[in-house]
Design a protein around this ligand. Sequence first.
Ligand code: HXC
Length: 261
Amino acid sequence: MSNNLFNENILQGKVAFVTGGGTGITGGIARALAEHGAKVAITSRKTENLEPMKQLIKENGGECLAVAADVRDFAAVTNAIAQTIEHFGKIDIVVNGAAGNFLCQADELSSNGFGTVIDIDTKGTFNVCRAAFDELKKNQGQILNISATLHLAATPMQIHVSAAKAGVDAITRNLSVEWGRYGIRVNGIAPGPIEDTEGIKRLLPEHLKEKLTKKIPLRRFGRIKDIENAAVFLCSEAASYISGVTLVVDGGHWLTGTAFG
Ligand code: HXC
């Protein structure tokens, strides 16, 4: 915990519900929220994907509840939210991190393949926001949607994810406008190339890493910690007048062209 940049109590008293919170970037966010005082519920399709993160959070002195739920299934999401409220008494922060991804060019992608990623990323994000609305309204809570930079220009082999994340950004903007009157803040983070993530392992062949590094204005891949810091900031009172923003955390990369070009 000593390498944290923020006060360790910055999220004290908050309860966070984090989808996809077992692994990768969203796992890091869940752990970081807990390290800064929040109690955390993490969800994934399979409980076994959640157990290591739950243990880690507990070893770090945090409180964690692991609940299996597929974000595509509204009833399962509603149930996971109800379990979290029963266990921790409330929810203040929702992080939508559950995401699907694979490389496939548009002329080989099936309709169901396209729809599957839309269902996980876009509909899943809506499902969780919608199911958590009453609770967030009660607590003047907030939502953090994990987006990407793939759709800011255009990324070959990623039409499904690009469309899905563009939809996520639209959800961020729309809900910030519709739910701002209840004191609910809705923001997003768009991570660029982040090392040691499933996304980069799957999407970026090893031989292209050096080329990509040279293209990133800050000349390095991002670290999960970079995204954790952005998340802790956006979830904290320090961001109390920020809503409707998707914060790009990519070392300036997307400005230089397509995501993997
Ligand atoms: C083409 C594929 C495919 C592939 C699945 N499909 N994998 N098509 N290439 N590699 C198609 C299937 O053929 C099928 O269509 C449809 O998708 C549904 O497949 P299922 O296996 O039944 O779906 P399901 O098990 O529900 O989900 C599969 C999955 C999911 C979407 C691949 O398991 C998944 O994404 N897992 C990875 C999770 C992950 O890595 N998340 C991190 C995301 S990183 P048909 O027509 O055959 O029925 C991220 C950041 C991006 O988002 C930024 C990076 C820089």
